[in-house]
Ligand binder design. Structure first.
Ligand code: GAL
Length: 422
């Protein structure tokens, strides 16, 4: 064989072998799969902003954006469970701090502690103690909080309110008056889209906080407040008074379609976590110009905390890349890029306020001085078993409005989830 023929044979062999190599170890080591349910408006924008930072810091890694649509993880959580239990975890996944992380994944042995990276990144000094506590178990940290969302916010279309000389209601009594005025003028008062169930439960959670107060609401999770007592009864009665002001097609909509109703002027108000602010931002809608905001009626002084975090599953296929992802998610740069788009504030305490709009600056101020309570609908206050039943029970209430039956069902759910004694 001539040297030319030998060289060309070698080249052919090399080309045949190379893609094989790239597809195995070398290729596998250069991927990062991040699992979340962030597909709508500001959610997707925020996530992409963090990906961009990752790409800059760790070039050459292919990021697989594994999203499963459906607010609050309606569909994503089931897909994640199948993957985790089947031994096919993503490299890292979105999970709420509190029961959702600890009960579902940590106590069951699916997660690796990330305490040593928390140490080397200095997170213990820069994250609020309350947040560290809800992502920890037996002295080890298991995920890094990337944000703080506020669950109890009333949003309103500013033009509708100004045109009708209305002020944001501060109590549910005021809300009913405002709602009557709007209804009389043919304007839908409250936008709701509860196709995925949790949205109606979210509204009820805010009514529980308003009716029971922060201590009474906390008592639901410590066993001090009874599901069959007069407080929960009043909360359900309040809910029944509010429901007639909700759009009649609510069962066909989602949280973001409800936010869109405000933008389109099809409804005046909505009660939703501040990922709605991220949605408004993604549509060019501005705080204090296009939309107004206030604590959900009756909840001023209380901040319902929703925190998204990322951890490290055991058997993460690209562990090194996953650790780098956690570094980005916990960094000042990562959180400052993510949160202004996502509609949340940094979990870190050292972010630059100037990077945040008027709504988010007000959320920062309230987070620092309000009483903090955990959200049940968004995974922090109670185990998943209870959360799922809570969504079902509240949705049944929305159609049947049976106060006593609902209280009984909530108590039974509390017992079956082992949160209450019989
Ligand atoms: C929450 C989550 C938020 C936002 C919202 C709607 O559970 O914490 O980040 O994504 O659902 O999807």
């Amino acid at each position: 064989m001539s040297w030319k023929a030998r060289a060309s044979l070698l080249l052919t062999l090399a080309l045949l072998v190379a893609p094989g190599l790239a597809g195995t170890q070398a290729g596998a080591a250069r991927q990062l799969e991040i699992f979340s349910w962030w597909t709508a408006g500001g959610e997707a924008d925020g996530l992409n902003a963090m990906f961009e930072i990752y790409k800059k810091k760790f070039p050459g890694v292919e990021i697989i954006n594994a999203t499963v649509a459906g607010g609050a993880g309606t569909n994503a959580k089931a897909v994640l469970k199948t993957r985790m239990q089947g031994g096919k975890p993503p490299d890292s996944f979105q999970v709420h701090g509190g029961a959702e992380l600890v009960d579902t994944w940590v106590k069951t042995g699916f997660m690796e502690p990330i305490t040593s990276i928390a140490q080397s990144e200095g997170w213990r000094n820069i994250l609020p103690k309350d947040l560290i506590e809800i992502v920890s178990f037996q002295g080890e940290m298991y995920s890094v909080p990337v944000n703080v969302h506020r669950g109890n916010v009333l949003w309103y279309n500013k033009k509708i309110f100004d045109d009708n000389k209305l002020k944001a209601p501060t109590t549910w009594e005021e809300f009913l008056k405002v709602a009557e005025t709007l209804k009389a003028k043919g304007i839908a008062p409250l936008a709701l889209g509860d196709k995925n169930k949790w949205e109606a439960a979210h509204l009820f959670e805010d009514i529980l906080v308003a009716t029971l107060g922060p201590e009474g609401y906390r008592g639901l999770w410590s066993g001090k407040t009874s599901w069959t007592g007069s407080g929960v009864k009043r909360a359900l009665e309040n809910y029944a008074k509010i429901l007639p002001f909700v759009n009649s097609d609510h069962a066909a909509g989602t949280w973001d379609s409800a936010a869109q109703m405000l933008i389109d002027g099809k409804a005046a108000m909505s009660i939703m976590g501040d990922w709605a602010a991220g949605y408004f931002t993604s549509k060019g809608w501005k705080p204090n110009v296009d939309y107004g905001f206030a604590p959900a009626p009756g909840t001023a002084g209380t901040f319902v905390v929703v925190t998204d975090t990322f951890g490290l599953p055991k058997k993460a296929p690209h562990r090194e890349q996953a650790l780098n992802w956690l570094r980005v998610a916990g960094s000042k740069e990562g959180q400052e890029a993510f949160n202004p788009l996502k509609g949340s504030i940094c979990a870190r305490t050292d972010c630059d306020r100037a990077k945040f709009d008027a709504y988010l600056q007000s959320s920062m101020a309230d987070f620092a001085k309000n009483k903090l309570v955990p959200s049940e609908v968004h995974g922090s206050a109670a185990p998943e078993d209870f959360a799922t039943q809570f969504n079902d029970i509240v949705n049944l209430f929305v159609t049947r409005r049976n106060v006593a039956g609902t209280q009984k069902a909530l108590q039974a759910a509390c017992v079956s989830a082992k949160m209450c004694k019989k």
